[in-house]
Ligand binder design. Structure first.
Ligand SMILES: Cc1ncc(COP(=O)(O)O)c(C=O)c1O
Length: 389
C-alpha cells in the first residue's frame, strides 16, 4: 500500500468553510457587530448586510427576497416548513404525507405532530432506488392533506427526485409541497419556479458555508405559524437575533457555488465515477445503493455483503480515510439504516453500507488511495468475521 494520507470523503456530512466565504464574514464578528433590530447606524449597517444576502439568495433561487427566511440550519428549516405550514392550515386539513427516506428533521417533525396533536400522516413507500412513484403518492393524499414533504436529493443514497413532476400534481390538488434541499444546494438547481415547490430548506454547511445557518424558501401567500416564538424577526415567522456573519457567509457560499457550478460538478462527477468504478472492480459482493443515474454528482454509496459498517469505518479511519455509513451507530454495533430497509434491503445487507462523497479539494490520488484502502478494509472485516463465527 502507498504511504498513509488523510482523505476526507464525507462532504455530505459537512464541508469546510471556503476561505473566501470566511473573509466576507469576518467584519461582521468585529467592526460591524450591530443588531439588525437596532435603529442606530450599527443596526442599519447589519440590516443592509442581511438584506443584501437575502437578495443574493433570492436571485439565485429565482424568488422574491420576502420569500427567504433565515434559520439556524437545515433541521430548523424543515421544522418551520412542516410545523409552521401544518399549524396555519388546520382549516384546510390535518393530514401530512411524506416518505420513509426523509431526513429525521422531517420524519420526526411529522411524527411529533401526529403524536401530540390532531394530525395523521401517510408514509408513501419507495422503490429499490429510493424513488417515489407519483401515482402512489397521489393515492396516499386525501381531501384533508395539507402538506407533502419529499426530499430533493437523498443524504444516504444520493437519489434525486423529479420535483417539477410531483409539484405539478400537488399544485393541481391545492396541496403544499415542501422539499428538503439540504443535500441538493450547491449541486442541483434551486430555481423554485422551475421546481414548482412551495417550501424549500437549505443549510450553508453543505455548500462550503458556515455551520449553524440555513434558509427556508416560503412562497408568498403561505402563512407560517412560527415554531420558534419571541421577537418579530423575519416578518414574524422566526424569532431570534439574526446571525449576521453566518448569513453573509451563506449568501457568498451559494453565490460561489453557482458561479463555479460547471467546474465543480465536472470535478465531482469525474472523481465520483473513478471511485465507483474502482470499488466495483476491486471489491467483490458489493452493490451500489440509490439511483444509478438520478443521483447527486458528488455521491456514491454501497452495501457490502458480510460487512458491518461500524467496523469498516473504524478500519478506514485508521488508514486516514473519513467516510460514513448509512446507519445509526450505537455503542459499536451498526443498526441497519431505516432508509435502506425502506428501499427493500435485508437488514444483514443494509448493515454493510458505505457512503462516499467527494468535494472541491478531492484529488485523483485521494481516490486511488481510498479505493485501495476500502478494498483492503472490506477484506479485513470479512476475514475477521469468518474467524469469529
Ligand atoms: C437531507 C438533510 N436534511 C437536513 C439536515 C440537517 O441540516 P443541519 O445540519 O443544518 O441541521 C441534513 C444534515 O445532514 C441533511 O443531510
Amino acid at each position: 500500500m502507498v504511504s498513509h494520507r488523510n482523505v476526507y470523503l464525507d462532504y455530505s456530512a459537512t464541508t469546510p468553510t471556503d476561505p473566501r466565504v470566511l473573509e466576507k464574514m469576518l467584519p461582521y464578528f468585529t467592526d460591524e457587530f450591530g443588531n439588525t433590530s437596532s435603529a442606530h447606524s450599527y443596526g442599519r449597517r447589519a440590516e443592509d448586510a442581511i438584506e443584501t444576502a437575502r437578495e443574493t439568495i433570492a436571485t439565485l433561487m429565482n424568488c422574491r427576497a420576502s420569500e427567504i427566511i433565515f434559520t439556524s440550519g437545515g433541521s430548523e428549516s424543515d421544522n418551520l416548513a412542516i410545523r409552521g405550514a401544518a399549524w396555519s392550515r388546520l382549516d384546510v386539513g390535518n393530514h401530512l404525507v411524506t416518505t420513509p427516506v426523509e431526513h429525521s428533521a422531517v420524519t420526526r417533525t411529522v411524527s411529533q405532530l401526529v403524536a401530540f396533536s390532531d394530525f395523521d400522516s401517510a408514509i408513501v413507500p419507495v422503490d429499490k432506488t429510493a424513488s417515489v412513484d407519483v401515482e402512489e403518492l397521489l393515492d396516499n393524499c386525501n381531501e384533508r392533506t395539507t402538506l407533502v414533504s419529499i426530499i430533493y436529493a437523498n443524504n444516504e443514497v444520493g437519489t434525486t427526485a423529479d420535483m417539477p413532476r410531483i409539484a405539478a400534481q400537488l399544485r393541481e390538488r391545492g396541496i403544499l409541497f415542501h422539499t428538503d434541499a439540504v443535500q441538493s444546494a450547491g449541486q442541483m438547481t434551486l430555481d423554485v419556479q422551475a421546481l414548482g415547490v412551495d417550501l424549500l430548506s437549505i443549510s450553508a454547511h453543505k455548500f462550503y458555508g458556515p455551520k449553524g445557518v440555513g434558509a427556508l424558501y416560503c412562497r408568498d401567500g403561505i402563512n407560517l405559524a412560527p415554531s420558534q416564538t419571541g421577537g418579530s424577526h423575519e416578518a414574524g415567522r422566526r424569532a431570534g437575533t439574526l446571525n449576521t456573519p453566518a448569513i453573509v457567509g451563506m449568501a457568498e457560499a451559494l453565490r460561489l457555488a453557482y458561479e463555479e457550478r460547471d467546474e465543480r460538478l465536472a470535478h465531482y462527477t469525474r472523481l465520483r465515477d473513478m471511485l465507483k468504478d474502482g470499488i466495483l472492480e476491486k471489491v467483490s459482493d458489493c452493490q451500489i445503493t440509490g439511483h444509478p443515474v438520478h443521483r447527486l454528482p458528488s455521491h456514491i454509496s454501497f452495501v457490502f455483503e458480510d460487512v458491518d459498517s461500524t467496523r469498516l469505518l473504524m478500519h478506514l479511519d485508521l488508514m486516514g480515510i473519513s467516510a460514513s455509513g448509512a446507519s445509526a451507530c450505537k455503542t459499536g454495533n451498526a443498526e441497519p439504516s431505516s432508509v435502506l430497509l425502506a428501499m427493500g434491503y435485508a437488514p444483514e445487507l443494509a448493515i454493510g453500507s458505505l457512503r462516499l462523497t467527494v468535494g472541491q479539494t478531492t484529488t485523483e490520488e485521494d481516490v486511488a488511495y481510498a479505493i485501495e484502502g476500502i478494498a483492503a478494509a472490506v477484506e479485513k472485516v470479512r476475514k475477521l468475521k469468518r474467524i469469529v463465527s
